[in-house]
Design a protein around this ligand. Structure first.
Ligand SMILES: Nc1ncnc2c1ncn2[C@@H]1O[C@H](COP(=O)(O)OP(=O)(O)OP(=O)(O)O)[C@@H](O)[C@H]1O
Ligand SMILES: [Mg+2]
Length: 271
């Protein structure tokens, strides 16, 4: 059987945009240090893809290059191409706010704003809203409810919408951080070890949520937790020292990896 990465190419070319993310010859340097080497990846739309590999192999760097967050650092240089839904996000005409709207990101530690639960959800819309797009209170209420329902948090926090988000548990805060991306109708959700600050029970609750979002969004998730990658992803990418070593259906990557380095990593022989 073709690896999914290979299989995706012809169908993507035929249909125009069955791919959520395509990178071609993506290289990235922090000053003189090269962190990504010729990364060619096709990430399919609507599925969950996990990104695994030892510490320092470039997982976060790769993720951050998909919403151009690396550019905050003045000393980062990127070459090659990153397309999101068929659009080159590094093209000079592209507005960064548009990229961030389509490609949301969740970090290791939940980072809600020091505002109420409700204001956290509405914040992105306020930042992105055009002048004429003022939402009345009823519509705002609907948006807040829909976002919280999608992250399975509505029933728990519906009576605490005016409370500071920072008073929620870590699990609830992380769900809220996912929820606040949703009113902007993103296509891609990038998650960088979203469960690493959570206890096992909270981890399974957030994993369950991620699975729930499958199909509605394309999810690219970094994890050090092999069990999580295996349980919670359709496809898996293994990286080593800034390069993609293997990309395929998760079951195949775990059960019959093509590369020896992948097998070594999965069997826990390094980092
Ligand atoms: N802001 C930065 N400035 C300079 N070098 C960096 C920066 N961020 C990452 N690096 C370097 O780039 C390489 C890749 O780092 P990255 O954080 O992407 O790895 P990672 O796979 O996410 O690791 P981890 O599993 O520990 O999170 C590492 O050698 C790291 O030291
Ligand atoms: Mg990282």
């Amino acid at each position: 059987m073709d690896s999914p990465a290979q299989a995706a190419q012809p169908s993507a070319a035929a249909s125009g945009s069955k791919l959520a993310i395509r990178t071609q010859a993506l290289n990235l340097w922090y000053d003189t240090f090269q962190a990504l080497f010729d990364v060619d990846l096709d990430v399919k739309q609507g599925i969950i893809t996990s990104l695994i590999g030892p510490s320092g192999c470039g997982k976060s760097t790769f993720l951050r290059s998909v919403n151009r967050i690396n550019e905050r650092l003045g000393y980062v240089r990127t070459t090659g191409r990153v397309d999101v839904l068929g659009h080159d996000i590094y093209a000079p005409s592209v507005e960064l706010v548009q990229v961030r709207k389509h490609v949301g990101m969740v970090f290791q530690r939940p980072n809600p704003l020091p505002l109420s639960v409700r204001e956290n959800i509405l914040f992105g819309l306020r930042v992105h809203a055009d002048g004429e797009q003022r939402l009345d209170r009823e519509r705002q209420g609907q948006i807040v409810q829909e976002a919280l329902e999608q992250v399975l948090l509505w029933d728990t926090v519906k009576d605490q919408l005016g409370e500071p988000a920072l008073r929620l548990s870590l699990e609830q805060q992380q769900k809220l951080c996912i929820a606040r991306l949703l009113p902007l109708k993103p296509s891609v959700l990038l998650m960088d070890e979203p469960c690493s600050a959570l206890d096992p029970q909270a981890t399974s609750a957030v994993e369950e949520l991620i699975w729930e979002l499958r199909g509605r969004y394309t999810i690219l998730i970094v994890t050090h937790n092999m069990a999580q990658a295996r349980r919670a992803s359709d496809e898996c990418i293994f990286m080593l020292m800034g390069k993609v070593i293997e990309h395929g259906a998760t079951d195949e990557v775990f059960v019959t990896p093509e590369q020896q380095e992948t097998a070594n990593y999965i069997e826990g022989r390094y980092g």
